[in-house]
Ligand binder design. Sequence first.
Ligand SMILES: NC(=O)c1ccc[n+]([C@@H]2O[C@H](COP(=O)([O-])OP(=O)(O)OC[C@H]3O[C@@H](n4cnc5c(N)ncnc54)[C@H](OP(=O)(O)O)[C@@H]3O)[C@@H](O)[C@H]2O)c1
Length: 314
Amino acid sequence: MKDNNLPKGINRREFLQTSAKYSASAILATMGVSNLFGAPRSPMVSTIENVTLNNGVKMPILGFGTLYLDGALGEKCVADAISLGYRLIDTATIYNNEEAVGAGIKRSGIEREKLFVTSKVWVDDSGYEKTKEAFETSMNKLGLDYLDLYLIHRPRGDVKGTWKAMEELYKEGRIRAIGVSNFEPHQIEDLVNSGDVRPAVNQIETHVFFQQPGAHEFLQRNEIQLEAWSPLAQGRNGHFTNQTLAEIGKKYNKNNAQVSLRWHYQRGIVAIPRSSQKAHMIENLNIFDFELDDADMNTISKLDLNRTQFPEWE
Ligand SMILES: NC(=O)c1ccc[n+]([C@@H]2O[C@H](COP(=O)([O-])OP(=O)(O)OC[C@H]3O[C@@H](n4cnc5c(N)ncnc54)[C@H](OP(=O)(O)O)[C@@H]3O)[C@@H](O)[C@H]2O)c1
């Protein structure tokens, strides 16, 4: 693998060591074997690399999305994901599942500091006062006393008031990093020019059918981490049966989801796939034992349709 196919800060030797541990762990995990390689509750925990955000905080490059996972199912899925080795858990006020996510975290028994928990302030709570209240409500629902990452969910309403509240919470140590979601470059520039704290993350729709090369380049240039939402396009546009991805996957004995997630990883993008099925959660973690070569990356770049697959959310 060429070094430019690896995320920034990860060298080839570490990559190979990680890959070997990871494939053994993934196989054993499917057999119900755990407590390997020194990790207390999961064989995989030490193997998901971090990216370093612009304030020095480390964030796992692969995490778990929770949209639509609420109630008892949400609690179970979050607990399962953590037991398998996921450490980044992504939720939001608008998902109406912060209580379930909190219950899943508690049920997992993991120490708080081993997790990276993200939530998002919704449009209805925009503005200084409302954001402060929304944050406390989220914390109560989650049963946590700090967040690792808090994002403005959409660039709507009183964004500057929202950001001011988030900056204060960040400076008080209630949030380890603050960022945005669904922001265009010019909206980020506005925030950077008016605020004190630079956003650490922009979480945007990114998958093989909407690759966002322009936004990616802008964010890299501004030291803001791109985090991909719907990294598997929610299966839209025939993602899971796409022939191009399947042909590439066949060479490595991987499925379309794994090829896609590997592609995000090699671009240095944080991905947060969601699954309600343990077998899929395991598959989605098992992406560190193969590498897409330049030809594969080039072939995948041609799948870009350069438009959202979620027009109803625009
Ligand atoms: N900031 C925002 O505006 C925003 C917007 C959307 C999403 N998000 C975040 O991003 C996360 C991920 O996006 P998403 O939930 O929309 O979609 P996604 O992760 O792209 O796709 C989820 C779908 O893929 C299926 N799947 C997962 N792994 C699979 C596998 N290995 N093989 C086959 N099918 C698989 C799941 O079904 P099964 O359950 O059957 O596995 C589910 O239907 C969300 O959960 C949420 O946390 C943020």
